[in-house]
Design a protein around this ligand. Structure first.
Ligand SMILES: Cc1cc2nc3c(=O)[nH]c(=O)nc-3n(C[C@H](O)[C@H](O)[C@H](O)COP(=O)(O)OP(=O)(O)OC[C@H]3O[C@@H](n4cnc5c(N)ncnc54)[C@H](O)[C@@H]3O)c2cc1C
Ligand SMILES: *[C@@H]1O[C@H](CO)[C@@H](O)[C@H](O)[C@H]1NC(C)=O
Ligand SMILES: *[C@@H]1O[C@H](CO)[C@@H](O)[C@H](O)[C@H]1NC(C)=O
Ligand SMILES: *[C@@H]1O[C@H](CO)[C@@H](O)[C@H](O)[C@H]1NC(C)=O
Ligand SMILES: *[C@@H]1O[C@H](CO)[C@@H](O)[C@H](O)[C@H]1NC(C)=O
Ligand SMILES: *[C@@H]1O[C@H](CO)[C@@H](O)[C@H](O)[C@H]1NC(C)=O
Ligand SMILES: *[C@@H]1O[C@H](CO)[C@@H](O)[C@H](O)[C@H]1NC(C)=O
Ligand SMILES: *[C@@H]1O[C@H](CO)[C@@H](O)[C@H](O)[C@H]1NC(C)=O
Ligand SMILES: *[C@@H]1O[C@H](CO)[C@@H](O)[C@H](O)[C@H]1NC(C)=O
Ligand SMILES: *[C@@H]1O[C@H](CO)[C@@H](O)[C@H](O)[C@H]1NC(C)=O
Length: 551
């Protein structure tokens, strides 16, 4: 009797089967079997069930929210594997997609068919002295594929270790870490893709593998270093940890219109002369609602200066050191005293009339929360832009004029483009010696370091999609022409990929190999939403859109 009752209690508090919401599985053998295979922490959510609706609303760009026929929410890597296998034998699996944080801008992470929502796989661990296949790492941040950066930061905050993560907390680790990964600390320690040491990946066969830079899955590892989520589902990323900064200081300054020219000159000077890899700035022109910047709804210039307190023994290397990076020599840091916030940014503010000035000092783990309000949900959105290796005041003036034209025209069309913004983001040259030596080292070519531009429009009417994309093209062309006039080709940043950007703009000479890796790891072209590399089968089925050469 006793054991009978405790058995019942166990059953009542921890069910043996995954949760199914709705009745979409009963006529599909692959799905009824999946329901029995999944762990108790997992779920299957049918179209129009409350949790499926929750899923459809968690996309940052409203145009990407779709009602999937079914959403599988795995809890373990085995669940992911079972879901991938069920998708291959269910007819619903023809339109397969998977989503991490839902911030992607290529329409890849949603589908009206079979969706794997990774957001219940969101834990983070800090591992010391760990062996990952053939790689050894003294400290790794192991984050699951469906976490957000806020979840990772909440875990690392105050530990002395952290990872290179997104600057907005609700961005997912999955898209971010396979598309480059520019964090606040990328200038000091490299992009996320350059710090990955291993990835646990569920292949389209259902097999679970650990890929490293040098093991038998090195081609897969390489492709995931900037090629995006087209090759398999990463269930855990292992990023080599960086020391957590001792402080994070933010200055946010709204520049009066009479000082715009001066601000552009000062910005150019900062870009040319900054010698602290732990300090950076953003130049932006946006259209902000009142709770973000004071005064009337109007085009506003905001410049942001950020300084992280360098941990001891991590003093910046002098500016001259990285210049030898082009010869293939990694510079050795000569410790110097890090400048204070005011020393670093006084020249940037010199001579400017400011409409508003704010200063924040927060623990590093909370730094993302300062930018989150500037990127709200609830609009159709873009998050796009190419890069440039040199900034001039004239270039900034041209791009700014174009951004203001976009805002003015949006207003004429009856839109209120609140929170629309164009940003130029400073990147420390060669990521302080952490950039790859060669463009072929990672799927995304970035041995030549550059600064990022970002056009993030916000609009509400689908009829304006083409208008917005046209304005993105205009802005992109300004940056392309500027870059062509001052220096060599720099690839677009994969995480900011523009709607019409050809594959070679982003992956340069690496498209050919990406196509091969795609064909090898996804032979049926089952992952075919968003940017799809032109493997033979993807071409045959009409899903390919990233081709070698101009395509
Ligand atoms: C407000 C905002 C702020 C941003 N800030 C930054 C920033 O600071 N730095 C930066 O570099 N980028 C930034 N980005 C860009 C961001 O990195 C990309 O949009 C990224 O794709 C988002 O990842 P996600 O998991 O949230 O997106 P999702 O839409 O869930 O996924 C995007 C793509 O990645 C794939 N994917 C997701 N999870 C996995 C996984 N576990 N394994 C394999 N593939 C996966 C999806 O299938 C899809 O193809 C920002 C974007 C927004 C909208
Ligand atoms: C999804 O379903 C809901 C509820 O029926 C509906 O309101 C919404 O418009 C649908 N979304 C899309 C993108 O079709
Ligand atoms: C996204 O892709 C679907 C097909 O999967 C397509 O119907 C839809 O128009 C696309 N939306 C955007 C905004 O690109
Ligand atoms: C994180 O995962 C847990 C289950 O593992 C889930 O209950 C929770 O809702 C997830 N968090 C988010 C924000 O999705
Ligand atoms: C790391 O592991 C090695 C061997 O596995 C061991 O000798 C060493 O003491 C460990 N170091 C730390 C810091 O745990
Ligand atoms: C983060 O860590 C700092 C100490 O370094 C602490 O003061 C702060 O409260 C922590 N924040 C959170 C959200 O845990
Ligand atoms: C680059 O390296 C060469 C030879 O190693 C050295 O002579 C030169 O001073 C270095 N240049 C810089 C800018 O550090
Ligand atoms: C930095 O500069 C600001 C504005 O000029 C000033 O108010 C502040 O006291 C200065 N801080 C330090 C530590 O000098
Ligand atoms: C945009 O409109 C504002 C307000 O009418 C005006 O001051 C500004 O010159 C316009 N800018 C451009 C580029 O059209
Ligand atoms: C951008 O430049 C390309 C190539 O020069 C050109 O074909 C295209 O029309 C331009 N687009 C816009 C919107 O200016």
């Amino acid at each position: 009797m006793h054991s009978f009752f405790s058995g019942m209690l166990l059953f009542a508090t921890s069910p043996a089967y995954a949760f199914v919401q709705g009745d979409c599985i009963k006529h599909d053998f692959a799905l009824t079997r999946l329901a029995l295979q999944l762990s108790p922490g997992a779920a299957i959510l049918c179209r129009y069930s409350p949790l499926q609706q929750h899923n459809a609303h968690r996309y940052w760009g409203e145009q990407y929210g779709k009602n999937a026929t079914l959403v599988v929410s795995p809890h373990t890597r085995k669940d992911v594997s079972f879901a991938v296998q069920a998708a291959s034998s269910s007819k619903l699996g023809r339109d397969l997609a998977f989503v991490g944080g839902g911030h992607g801008q290529t329409n890849a992470s949603s589908t009206s068919g079979f969706l794997i929502d990774l957001s219940w796989m969101n834990s983070t661990r800090i591992l010391h002295n760990v062996t990952l296949g053939d790689a050894r790492v003294s400290t790794a941040i192991a984050y699951q594929g469906g976490a957000t950066w806020k979840q990772v930061m909440d875990c690392t905050n105050g530990t002395g270790f952290t990872a290179v993560g997104a600057r907005v907390g609700d961005v997912g680790v999955g898209g971010f870490s396979t598309g480059g990964g520019i964090g606040f600390l990328a200038g000091a320690y490299g992009y996320a893709i350059d710090r990955l040491r291993a990835m646990e990946v569920v292949l389209m066969s259902g097999e679970i593998v650990l890929a490293t830079k040098t093991n038998k899955y090195s081609d897969l590892f390489w492709a995931l270093q900037g090629g995006g989520g087209q090759f398999g589902i990463v269930t855990t990323f292992y990023q080599e940890a960086v020391p957590e900064p001792v402080s994070s200081e933010f200055g946010i300054w709204t520049v009066a219109r009479e000082s715009w020219e001066r601000a552009r000159l000062n910005t150019m000077q900062f870009f040319d002369s900054n010698d602290d890899p732990f300090s950076l700035m953003y130049y932006s022109l946006g259209y902000y609602p009142e709770h973000l910047t004071p005064g009337d709804l109007i085009t506003t210039m905001v410049i942001v200066g950020i300084r992280f307190g360098a941990p001891h023994n991590q003093s910046p290397s002098p500016l001259t050191a990285y210049k030898n990076k082009t010869d293939g020599t990694i510079p050795t840091a000569k410790p110097t005293e890090q400048k204070t916030f005011n020393q670093t940014f006084s020249a940037l503010l010199d001579g400017l009339v400011l409409k508003q000035s704010s200063f924040y000092k927060v623990p590093y783990g909370q730094a993302t929360e300062l930018s989150t309000p500037f990127f709200p949900y609830g609009y159709r959105r873009g998050f796009w832009g190419p890069q440039t290796s040199k900034v001039t005041a004239a270039y900034l003036a041209t791009a700014s004029h174009s951004m203001e034209t976009y805002i003015n025209e949006s207003l004429v069309r009856g839109q209120i483009p609140a929170t629309a913004v164009w940003v130029l983001q400073y990147m420390y040259p060669f990521q302080n010696g952490h950039a790859p030596i060669s463009d072929t080292d990672t799927a995304w070519p970035h041995s030549l370091s550059a600064h990022q531009t970002l056009f993030s429009p916000a609009w509400t009417d689908a009829a304006d999609d083409a208008f917005v994309i046209h304005n993105n093209d205009v802005l992109n062309n300004i940056t392309y022409h500027h870059q062509a006039s001052i220096g060599p080709f720099v690839a677009d940043y994969p995480n900011y990929i523009s709607p019409k950007a050809a594959g070679e703009r982003v992956w340069g000479g690496n498209v050919k190999r990406l196509v091969q890796v795609k064909g090898k790891y996804d032979p049926q072209c089952r992952i075919h939403q968003g940017r799809v590399f032109a493997s033979e089968v993807c071409v045959e089925k009409g899903w390919a859109n990233v081709f070698e050469g101009k395509g």
